[in-house]
Design a protein around this ligand. Structure first.
Ligand code: GLV
Ligand code: MG
Length: 296
């Protein structure tokens, strides 16, 4: 069964108390972070803290990921060489920030192979260059499991004003529509074309459940598979947004049964109430049922 990636809780690598809290959370994935939430002076000690947490805390079957530092910077190589031999077997993916080229992913893939580690890779797309080259990046390694949108760095890279680490819900009305709509759609297109999951950036205001609900529902409406969470309080809402509702499940069951009957009667389409359904509706219904099963 594929790994659920509805909610990805990001926790700073150097804060062991947050690791402990994360073990008790309902997040599908916990991502231990060595990059931007971990200050440069803490990076070396954080590697030890992360290794200790991964090996010794009770993660209750949670999927774990590790965000390393930027491959082009001074810390990433040591992150990999120190941690992969120790905890490579216990993590699902390396989350790779600020990926700029497919060549960086090739380099990482070779390095992991040399370390005899079969861990997956999650590139974060967070610059104009990465968004432009997203098709090549998405195809750069069979290890890639999903694409992640890094909203804050992306906004910085194109000089777009943003008041917190999330642009979601911050539209001040100056630009008609969602200024990031093209970005979301391109990422979803590039990821899905390669059969990858595509994960949205977090909602920055962790004390605004109503705003989070809208933000997560919009992500889901566009085809995102999950969303980062920057606080445990966001997980429940995000899991709900990316799980089928009872109404969606009921409708999917109706579609599957109506279409089965249509086929038995020699028809290629059927009506449910005033709506026509066909083979494409069946594919959507099957997706709903698969997600419902996985979300249990
Ligand atoms: C995440 O890394 C972001 O830049 O939003
Ligand atoms: Mg970033």
């Amino acid at each position: 069964m594929t790994t659920l990636r509805r909610s990805i809780l990001s926790v700073p690598g150097h804060r062991v108390s947050m690791h402990e809290k994360a073990t008790a959370s309902a997040a599908d994935i916990v991502m231990l972070d060595l990059e931007d939430s971990c200050p440069p002076a803490e990076k070396e000690a954080a590697r030890e803290t992360i290794a200790h947490s991964i090996l010794h805390l009770d993660w209750q079957n949670k999927t774990l990921c590790l965000r390393i530092n930027d491959l082009a910077g001074p810390f990433a190589l040591q992150d990999i060489l120190t941690l992969i031999p120790k905890i490579g077997k216990h993590i699902d993916t390396l989350v790779v920030p600020k990926v700029e080229t497919a060549a960086q992913i090739h380099y990482l893939d070779h390095l992991l192979t040399a370390l005899n580690c079969d861990v997956g890779i999650e590139p974060i797309i967070e610059s104009a260059k990465a968004l432009r080259d997203a098709p090549e990046i998405s195809q750069a390694s069979p290890r890639i499991r999903c694409l992640v949108f890094g909203i804050a760095d992306y906004s910085a890279s194109i000089n777009m004003p943003l008041s917190s680490i999330s642009g979601h819900g911050e539209n001040d009305g100056i630009y008609p529509g969602d200024p990031l709509h093209f970005v979301y759609s391109r990422l979803i297109l590039c990821g899905k074309a390669e059969g990858l999951k595509v994960i949205d950036a977090p909602y920055g205001n962790f004390r605004d459940p109503a705003g989070l609900k809208i933000s997560a529902a919009r992500s889901r409406a566009l085809g995102f598979d999950g969303k980062w969470c920057i606080h445990p309080a966001q997980i429940e809402e995000v899991n709900a947004a990316f799980s089928p509702t009872p109404e969606e499940i009921e409708r999917a069951e109706q579609v599957l049964s109506a279409f089965k009957q249509a086929l038995a009667d020699g028809r290629g389409a059927a009506a449910i109430g005033d709506s026509m359904i066909d083979q494409a509706s069946v594919r959507m219904a099957e997706d709903v049922m698969a997600r419902a099963k996985a979300s249990k």
